[in-house]
Design a protein around this ligand. Structure first.
Ligand SMILES: [Zn+2]
Length: 251
């Protein structure tokens, strides 16, 4: 059985050998490592260089992670290095935080940076991994208008009517270990066909039901939870979602 972690912040993990060893043992055949700002983009490229053919890099500016960045320099860096990458990501919008929800300027800035990166993905014919917490409708509308054909709405946990639009648009959603406990995420996964789902860990995000941080080896946690939700064999869910990931990222 082979599975792919399609979204991990390896830049935030140390102990490279252990992390990769654990992932291989768990049947993880490849990892798509995403960046979130300039510093993590640099570290993401280092990981990819250390494990060629196993760690595939994506570069991006995350909507809540750019405070320390010179945005135009970070975007130039992404443009310069993106030809070595399999995707643009993690990019998107995040209106979850109360301050952001109230602050029109912050939301505007997020939309500008997101739109610019959707443009890079479209120009280069690359897929993109989109974060849309609390902002699913805007994240989708901008992706339709400015983005590439291949978009995955990472950890989708938004309204089901917007999920229908995501699926009608030919886009994907990803499943994370929150498939074990998050009501909204589980509802989305139940309502999307397996053919439009890829799996991931969002490592090292905290898995609240397991009271520990995730690592790429936990792609099996996601796989098992998704198989349960779909009432399907784990091997079948692995086969379909790995096929989806290979097609999506062209790896
Ligand atoms: Zn992420």
């Amino acid at each position: 059985m082979s599975i792919i972690d399609t979204h991990a912040h390896l830049s935030d993990l140390e102990e490279k050998e252990t992390i990769i060893g654990n992932a291989r043992k768990a049947g993880v055949a490849a990892i798509v490592a995403v960046g979130a700002n300039h510093a993590t983009n640099l570290r993401t490229l280092e990981w990819a260089q250390a494990y060629p053919g196993y760690v595939f890099p994506a570069l991006g500016i995350h909507p809540t992670e750019f405070a320390d960045d010179d945005i135009s320099a970070s975007l130039s860096f992404i443009r310069e290095k993106i030809s070595k990458c399999v995707a643009v990501g993690e990019i998107g919008l995040d209106y979850w935080d109360r301050e952001t929800r109230k602050n029109k300027d912050v939301r505007e800035q997020q939309r500008r940076i997101y739109t610019e990166q959707l443009g890079i993905a479209r120009e280069r014919g690359l897929p993109t991994s989109v974060h849309g917490r609390g902002s699913w409708k805007d994240a989708l509308e901008l992706a339709v208008e400015h983005g590439p054909e291949a978009v995955v709405f990472h950890w989708y946990s938004g309204p089901l009517d917007i999920l229908s639009e995501v699926l009608d648009g030919g886009y994907y959603i990803s499943a994370t270990p929150a498939a074990e406990y998050s009501r909204d995420h589980r509802a989305a996964l139940e309502n999307a066909p397996l053919e439009r789902i890829i799996i991931e860990t969002d490592s090292p995000v905290y898995m609240r039901n397991r009271r520990r941080n995730s690592e790429p080896a936990d792609t099996v946690v996601t796989l098992r939870a998704l198989a349960k939700l779909k009432d399907a064999d784990e091997s079948e869910v692995a086969r379909v979602t790995t096929g989806n990931a290979k097609k999506f990222f062209k790896i």
